[in-house]
Design a protein around this ligand. Structure first.
Ligand code: ADP
Ligand code: G3P
Length: 498
């Protein structure tokens, strides 16, 4: 059996490739950023060819860096930014338009129209998703309606649609495979998460021909092999999952009630809810986590728009720190925020509020307020937002949360992680390898080819980094939490009043 698993993590801002060994250790990695296009306010696009070329490039680079070649790779796992849409011509393999990225808001008005027509509840029941421009369906429709000749060609069966996983696999196999996995399919708003099938009513609602869709497969199986474009040998393509679901798997959250939070630009929290989908009454998403060995696991998901991005804003717009990491030392200069709260609703508020009109606000300042208080309030805001999502998860699932597993760039901040543990009264666990997303894709691929024998086998590869136990007493945190909720109410009242 070859020695390594290669995980490809195609993210929103960069393409990454990581080579893992049997102990789940990183052997080599490569990363390349690619161009972000903002053709109009609220529009975000990527060039699908650049996504493919950067991803293929880093796959080769990581392998060469390790002094290896394709023959040393037992399997390839793919994980990706989700919801982003590519439509391409089946014959030429050329995209008919740029990829429309999950962040793109151009179809918001169409989604509002569907809401007015009373479609929201039906969509939610079938897909587990909130009616929003975030998901793929309205973006595919936009391409068919706005790219000349696209609808005619789609109806003639000449066009293919895929999320980024499909696009990469199509290219790796030179058009032999047009597939996706259940976790990616569950983000399209065209997939019934109960029957695990594309849904004809939804396809009709969004006016998308069924012939465009990829075949839906499990998250861990040998789908096929790479053709000899990037590697001289054929490598099994054996794992696919959306990046947040892959991180849940990579964090070993295999049992109901286990939760991970990825503290990147925003925060994505996912809770494993077991083998039945749990509907949300608190504006969380119900989504497929993965399908493995014939069994589907579901998750509840909540996203926060501004997490690490708050720190970037403090760095770039306030200029009170030079690097993101410096915020910790600045915030440590004070023992509390001195009554300051920062609600970073720069782009509205995500889960559990979904308030697009709320705006960023600093409250409770006095003449004594310093940069250190604001730095501390910024970090606390990340933790408070996370707490609100976890509360919603607890209520929706009825499951207790024994611990929170964390990863992503901002989880490196010890002050933030300790504060998180304190306000949750829950242990926060940070693994040694923060690349949980890539690790999850590697596990899924490795399990499919017997590189790891069973899910139990991968449990032993998890490496603990740091454990944050709650230290602060209940009364100390209750006061802060009440203040936060008052601050959020004030911010929402201000925007609703306008
Ligand atoms: N030590 C730190 N403390 C707080 N935030 C940090 C720290 N280091 C990085 N960040 C934040 O983490 C984010 C980057 O994390 P990353 O997981 O790479 O995000 P993404 O995948 O969304 O690009 C940035 O927004 C940055 O401000
Ligand atoms: O590329 P990331 O890590 O920002 O993740 C994007 C998410 O998958 C969007 O739903």
């Amino acid at each position: 059996m070859p020695q390594y698993i290669l995980a490809l993590d195609q993210g929103t801002t960069s393409s990454r490739a990581i080579l893992f060994d049997r102990k789940g250790r990183i052997v080599a990695q490569a990363q390349k950023e690619f161009t972000q296009f903002f053709p109009k306010p609220g529009w975000v696009e990527h060039d699908p060819q650049e996504i493919w070329s950067t991803q293929a490039g880093v796959a080769a680079e990581a392998t060469v860096k390790a002094g290896q070649n394709g023959r040393s790779i037992a399997a390839l796992g793919i994980t990706n930014q989700r919801e982003t849409v590519v439509v391409w011509n089946r014959k030429t393999g050329k995209p008919v338009y740029n990829a429309i990225v999950w962040q793109d808001r151009r179809t918001a008005a169409f989604c509002d129209q569907l809401r007015t027509e009373g479609r929201e509840e039906g969509i939610r029941e079938k897909t587990g998703l909130l009616l929003d421009a975030y998901f793929s369906a309205s973006k595919v429709r936009w391409i068919l309606d706005n790219v000349r000749g696209a609808r005619r060609k789609a109806e003639a069966g000449q066009l293919a649609f895929g999320t980024i996983d499909s696009w990469l696999i199509w290219n790796f196999t030179q058009g032999e495979l047009h597939i996706t996995d259940v976790s990616n399919a569950s983000r399209t708003m065209l997939f019934n998460i109960h029957t695990l099938q594309w849904d004809d009513e939804l396809l009709a609602l969004f006016d998308i021909p069924r012939s465009m869709l990829p075949e839906v497969r499990s998250s861990s199986e040998v789908y096929g092999h790479t053709k000899t474009t990037v590697f001289a040998s054929k490598i099994p393509l054996a794992g696919i999952a959306g990046d947040q679901q892959a991180a849940l798997f990579g964090q070993h959250c295999s049992e109901p009630g286990m939760v991970k939070s990825t503290y990147g630009t925003g925060c994505f929290l996912l809770m494993n809810t077991g083998t039945t989908p749990v509907p949300s009454r608190n504006k969380l998403l119900t989504t497929v986590a993965w399908q493995l060995n014939g069994q589907v696991h579901y998750a509840l998901e909540g996203s926060i728009f501004m997490a690490g991005a708050v720190v970037q804003w403090v760095r770039d717009n306030l200029g009170i720190i030079k690097t993101a990491a410096e915020i910790e030392a600045l915030a440590r200069q004070v023992s509390g925020t001195g009554g300051v709260y920062f609600v970073p609703a720069f782009a509205g508020l995500g889960a559990p509020h979904w308030d697009p009109y709320a705006r960023g606000t600093l409250l409770g300042m006095s003449r004594a307020t310093t940069a250190a208080h604001i730095a501390r309030a910024s970090l606390e805001a990340i933790a408070f937002q996370t707490m609100d999502v976890l509360e919603a998860m607890k209520t929706d699932s009825g499951l207790p949360i024994a611990e929170l597993r964390v990863d992503g760039g901002a989880s490196a901040n010890n002050l933030l992680m300790q504060f998180q543990a304190d306000i949750l009264h829950t242990t926060v666990i940070r693994p040694r390898i923060l690349e949980s997303t890539a690790l999850g894709a590697a596990y899924l691929a490795g399990l499919a080819v017997g590189y790891w024998a069973s899910p139990d086998d991968i449990q032993s590869t998890g490496q603990l980094g740091k454990v944050f136990k709650p230290k602060a007493g209940l009364t100390a945190t209750t006061e802060g939490i009440d203040g936060w909720h008052r601050a959020v109410r004030a911010v929402r009242a201000w925007s609703q009043d306008g």
